[in-house]
Design a protein around this ligand. Structure first.
Ligand SMILES: Cc1cc2nc3c(=O)[nH]c(=O)nc-3n(C[C@H](O)[C@H](O)[C@H](O)COP(=O)(O)OP(=O)(O)OC[C@H]3O[C@@H](n4cnc5c(N)ncnc54)[C@H](O)[C@@H]3O)c2cc1C
Length: 197
C-alpha cells in the first residue's frame, strides 16, 4: 500500500512526488502521458533559458524517480474507497492493474473526468481556455476526505512554474498535516571535511 498516489505526472504531479518521496513517503506517480505540457516551448520557467515541454516533463519524471517515487504508466479509470471502514483508496487502471494508497493527489491537468467519476465537486474555471476545475480549499484539499488536488485541475494559472510550484505547495501542506506542524525540506551544501595535517 502506498502512502500517497499522485495521478498525473506533469509539472504539478511530478513536483509533488519529488517532495513526498524525498520525505520518505511511499509514493506512486501514475500517468498516461496525455498531458498538454509536451506541446509547449517554454521561455518563462525561472531560471531555464528556453526548454521544450517534453524535456521539462522528462526531467521531472527522472528526478521524481531518483528521489524514490514509483512511476506507474497507465490510465486511472476508477477510484473506490478501500473495503468497509479501512482508510484509503483502490485505484483501478485501464490495463486491469490495481494499486492501493492512503491519500490521493489529483494532478490531472485539464482532465476532470476521473475527479467527477469519484464525486469530487467541480466548478467553472477562471483561467482562459480551461473549462472546469475541482473545488479545493487553501491547502489543496478537495471536499472528499483524503483527496487533494494541485496544478491546472485545481484552478491554478496555466504556467509550468506555477503548476510545479502548486504541486510542491500542496505536497508540503499534506506532509505538514501528517506531521502536525509545518514541514520543511531543506538540504545544505556539505562543507568539505577539514584535512588533518
Ligand atoms: C501549446 C501550449 C503552449 C504552452 N506554453 C507555455 C509556456 O510557454 N509557458 C508556460 O509556463 N506554460 C505553457 N503552457 C502550459 C503548461 O504546459 C501547463 O500549464 C502546465 O504546466 C500544466 O501542468 P499540470 O501538471 O497541471 O498538467 P499536465 O502537464 O497536463 O499533466 C497532467 C497529466 O495527468 C495525466 N492524466 C490525466 N488524467 C489521468 C488519468 N485518469 N490517469 C493517469 N494519468 C492521467 C495526463 O496524461 C498528464 O500527463 C503551454 C501549454 C500549451 C498547450
Amino acid at each position: 500500500m502506498y502512502d500517497i498516489a499522485i495521478i498525473g505526472a506533469g509539472p504539478a504531479g511530478a513536483s509533488a512526488a519529488m517532495f513526498t518521496a524525498k520525505a520518505g513517503k511511499k509514493t506512486a506517480l501514475v500517468d498516461d502521458d496525455k498531458g498538454i505540457t509536451r506541446r509547449a516551448w517554454i521561455e518563462n520557467h525561472y531560471p531555464l533559458e528556453g526548454v521544450t515541454g517534453t524535456d521539462l516533463v522528462e526531467r521531472g519524471l527522472r528526478q521524481a524517480a531518483r528521489l524514490g517515487a514509483q512511476l506507474v504508466r497507465g490510465t486511472v479509470e476508477q477510484v473506490e474507497r478501500r473495503t468497509a471502514g479501512e482508510p484509503g483508496f483502490v485505484l483501478r487502471l485501464a490495463d486491469g492493474t490495481t494499486l492501493e494508497a492512503g491519500t490521493l493527489l489529483l494532478a490531472t491537468g485539464v482532465n476532470t473526468e476521473l475527479a467527477k467519476r469519484m464525486g469530487v465537486p467541480t466548478k467553472p474555471a477562471s483561467e482562459p481556455r480551461i473549462k472546469e476545475v475541482v473545488e479545493v480549499d487553501s491547502q489543496g484539499r478537495t471536499p472528499l476526505e483524503g483527496v487533494w488536488a494541485a496544478g491546472v485541475v485545481a484552478g491554478t494559472s496555466v504556467h509550468t512554474i506555477v503548476t510545479a510550484g502548486d504541486g510542491a505547495r500542496v505536497a508540503i501542506n499534506w506532509l505538514s498535516q501528517l506531521a502536525g506542524q509545518r514541514y520543511v525540506q531543506h538540504d545544505a551544501i556539505q562543507k568539505p571535511e577539514k584535512q588533518s595535517v
